[in-house]
Ligand binder design. Structure first.
Ligand code: PGA
Length: 253
């Protein structure tokens, strides 16, 4: 199987104001040629996408954090369609982040509809899955994550992000062996769903990725990149994460 181009995406969540968009310019400067060997994506709040788009380029691309499941323009007050995100300059959109699943009650069917709407608009959805701490303690990781993949992924034109809910926003991550295990079972589920096409799906790890643990996580079997929250807000941290990827270093030469 040809190696997949790694993807490292930064999810700003509801952080970052207009003045912080210059971090993107700083990031591009810090990455230099490294961004050719790794896909780097910044996902700012939707209202800043257009302003962020003019700062992207040269390997730093733009993503959104959520989209409407409605594929066509519709009477949906407060929602933003995938087509609108694409028009604003996004190439990716995160769907099914655990904060949306837990705070907004999004279930697999809705996440799947959002991912399908994103695909229809030409965006690559980053579909998030991951178990809670209680589910891990109950030994249910395999069944929970597999069910989320089966229920949330519409086709093989997606990126999957494995984000254990309990590892987000704290300082704990699963062990590297546990990460490898879950990435392998996601790969198996995708293989059952999409046969050979599944080989093209990148599986990212997310949850407390930072400059200190990025190299080990990138070296873990089955990890095709990362979805980064807090550590993506500052160019210094995020560039250190990207440069910790072996491909990025190779791209600098
Ligand atoms: P974190 O967030 O890196 O701040 O833990 C990750 C995420 O929620 O995608």
């Amino acid at each position: 199987m040809a190696a997949l181009k790694p993807l490292i995406a930064g999810n700003w969540k509801m952080h970052g104001r207009a003045a912080d968009l210059d971090e993107i310019t700083t990031l591009r400067g810090a990455l230099g040629g490294a961004a050719n060997a790794v896909e780097v994506v910044i996902c700012p709040p939707a209202v800043y996408l257009s302003a962020a788009a003019v700062r992207c380029g040269q390997g730093v691309m733009l993503g959104a954090q959520d989209c409407s499941p409605a594929a066509a323009d519709a009477a949906r007050t407060g929602e933003v369609s995938a087509a609108m995100l694409a028009e604003a300059g996004a190439s990716y959109v995160i769907v099914g982040h655990s904060e949306r699943r837990s705070l907004h009650g999004e279930d697999d069917a809705l996440v799947r509809a959002k991912a399908a709407a994103a695909r229809a608009a030409g965006l690559a959805p980053i579909v998030c899955v991951g178990e809670t701490r209680a589910q891990r303690e109950a030994g249910q990781v395999g069944e929970v994550v597999t069910a989320q993949v089966v229920g949330s992924v519409p086709d093989a034109g997606v990126v999957v992000a494995y984000e254990p809910v309990w590892a987000i926003g704290g300082d704990r991550t699963p062990s590297l062996e546990e990460i490898a295990e879950v990435h392998a079972l996601i790969r198996t589920a995708l293989g059952r769903m999409f046969s050979a096409d599944a080989a093209g799906v990148r599986i990212l790890y997310g949850g407390s990725v930072g400059p200190k643990n990025a190299a080990d996580i990138f070296a873990t079997p089955g990890v095709d990149g990362a979805l980064v929250g807090r550590a993506s807000l500052k160019a210094a941290d995020f560039s250190a994460i990207v440069l910790a990827h072996p491909n990025a270093t190779a791209g600098m030469r």
